[in-house]
Design a protein around this ligand. Structure first.
Ligand SMILES: Cc1cc2nc3c(=O)[nH]c(=O)nc-3n(C[C@H](O)[C@H](O)[C@H](O)COP(=O)(O)O)c2cc1C
Length: 199
């Protein structure tokens, strides 16, 4: 039965979301955290936002260094997402404890994860608090990607090959099922409208 609640204390009704691993570096120290609250904001300029609670160590790292990278891992690496999303860089050095391979960014002085199928290098463009989280807007200054996983001039993901880590909440993860792939675009909509008009 469909129900309605007023002003929910917490809301995960719209999950699942893909996870990104936010990497930060400040004063020679590198840190990682998982984030599901993130979104593309603009193509021109290329802007990408991630929402981080001020409780996170990563929050103060970004405010200091004004740079970060966003890393997208295949489902096979979901342990990494769980590890870095449930420990704090204030207490441990996540890269050495969890043995996570990284390599230098090309433009920003922040590493990217070697195992990421795609990673955005970002310079802080803007930031603003929204309730209990801060929206950090990064300008994407470089993209690392596995060229076997993308096609065409616009670099669309190959559905059969890109298996993102999706988070549905309550410490549960899943990925996409390529068998559900279906193309439904302008042509299909046109066909529908033709039938509707002619009906
Ligand atoms: C799957 C997953 C997604 C998360 N998404 C977010 C998020 O979007 N924003 C946020 O502030 N914290 C998020 N967290 C929590 C942080 O990753 C977590 O508090 C982490 O320990 C912070 O590390 P730090 O203190 O080293 O920065 C998420 C955790 C998990 C496991």
């Amino acid at each position: 039965m469909r129900k309605f609640i007023k002003a929910p204390p917490k809301f995960y009704f719209h999950y699942p979301f893909p996870v990104t691993v936010v990497v930060t570096k400040s004063e020679g120290k590198t840190n990682l955290m998982s984030a599901v609250w993130h979104t593309q904001l603009s193509f021109d300029p290329p802007l990408y936002g991630v929402l981080i609670s001020s409780k996170r160590y990563s929050h103060e790292m970004i405010l200091k260094s004004k740079q970060f990278t966003l890393n997208f891992l295949d489902y096979e690496f979901l342990e990494t997402v769980a590890y870095v999303g449930s420990t704090s860089g204030r207490e441990i050095d996540k890269i050495s404890v969890f043995d996570i391979p990284v390599e230098d960014g090309r433009i920003v002085d922040v590493p990217v994860l070697s195992e990421a199928y795609a990673a955005y290098e970002c310079e802080l463009y803007d930031h603003r608090d929204y309730g209990d989280h801060t929206l950090f807007v990064g300008k994407i200054v470089g993209v690392h990607y596995d060229d076997e996983l993308y096609y065409g001039e616009k670099f669309h993901p190959v559905v059969e090959k890109v298996l993102p880590v999706l988070y549905i909440g309550d410490e549960v993860y899943l990925t996409t099922d390529p068998q559900t792939k279906k193309k439904y675009g302008k042509e299909e909509v046109k066909e529908f409208l033709k039938r509707w008009g002619g009906g």
